[in-house]
Design a protein around this ligand. Structure first.
Ligand code: ZN
Length: 242
């Protein structure tokens, strides 16, 4: 089965549509989502509707919970907070109902799905370093865990001797006896200086993973952000991938 793993869409419909076209093109069988469907971007309702229709599994992200009033936003930066308040004001009851039903963690085809980290998922921890990854590996049993949250794609590889490696490759084969934490990057707000939408393709038979990058109409999203009265910075950052 070819599984498309999407994350951190952040209400960016143009980026999501570019990813969906690619998912169609490559013939993925199904889609799973790692949360942050909303927040920052101008299209929270259409993006939630699309995800609710296509994703076989979807876990909740901190921005989804923030939009529902389920998590503390005092630690959010000013742009994120403004976007959360705007998102709350426009989110439909249908979208709320869907997002509220998303669990903090799920297991799909033997892989753990969690937005930030299996270490206290509700605290929205990041896995940025080998140390973070090591602590995270101790907190789940599966050989594979997909995460988002940092908006930076990357792979942590725990070998049978207990060493954790950071893999730079965007294509890899999961090796027997290893365990992996895979960050699939962000569809709607990449932060690795590459503005193209990111998502992952996981082949459950071949045991392979591929990171895909897609250009999309950034300017269209930027115009919508400004028209919605969202902070200008949320528009400018999209063009530089930050
Ligand atoms: Zn996010």
């Amino acid at each position: 089965m070819l599984v498309a793993v999407i994350s951190d869409i952040h209400a960016n419909l143009e980026a999501l549509e570019a990813v969906l076209e690619d998912i169609d093109r490559v013939g993925a069988d199904t889609v799973i989502c790692l949360g942050d469907v909303v927040g920052y971007g101008p299209d929270p309702n259409p993006c939630t509707e699309v995800v609710s229709k296509i994703a076989l599994a979807c876990v909740a992200g901190n921005h989804d919970h923030a939009a529902l009033g389920l998590t503390d936003i005092t630690y959010f930066n000013v742009y994120a907070r403004e976007a959360v308040l705007w998102t709350r004001s426009v989110l439909t009851e249908t979208a709320r109902t869907y997002l509220r039903a998303c669990p903090l963690q799920d297991v799909f085809k033997g892989a753990l799905l969690v937005h930030g980290s299996p270490v206290e998922p509700e605290d929205w921890n990041y896995i940025l370093s080998v140390g973070d990854a090591r602590r995270a590996f101790d907190r789940f049993d599966e050989s594979l865990c997909f995460v988002g949250h940092s908006h930076v794609p990357g792979v942590f590889d725990l070998d049978s001797r207990g060493f954790v490696d950071v893999l730079e490759a965007t294509e890899l084969r999961f090796e027997e006896g290893h365990r992996y934490i895979v960050n699939v990057g962000s569809v709607g707000q990449p932060r690795d200086w590459d503005p193209r939408a990111a998502y992952g393709l996981w082949d459950t038979e071949e045991n392979t993973f591929k990171l895909r990058r897609l250009a999309y109409d950034v300017q269209a999203t930027q115009r919508k952000i400004l028209a919605a009265g969202l902070p200008e910075f949320l528009a400018t950052r999209l063009a530089i991938g930050q």
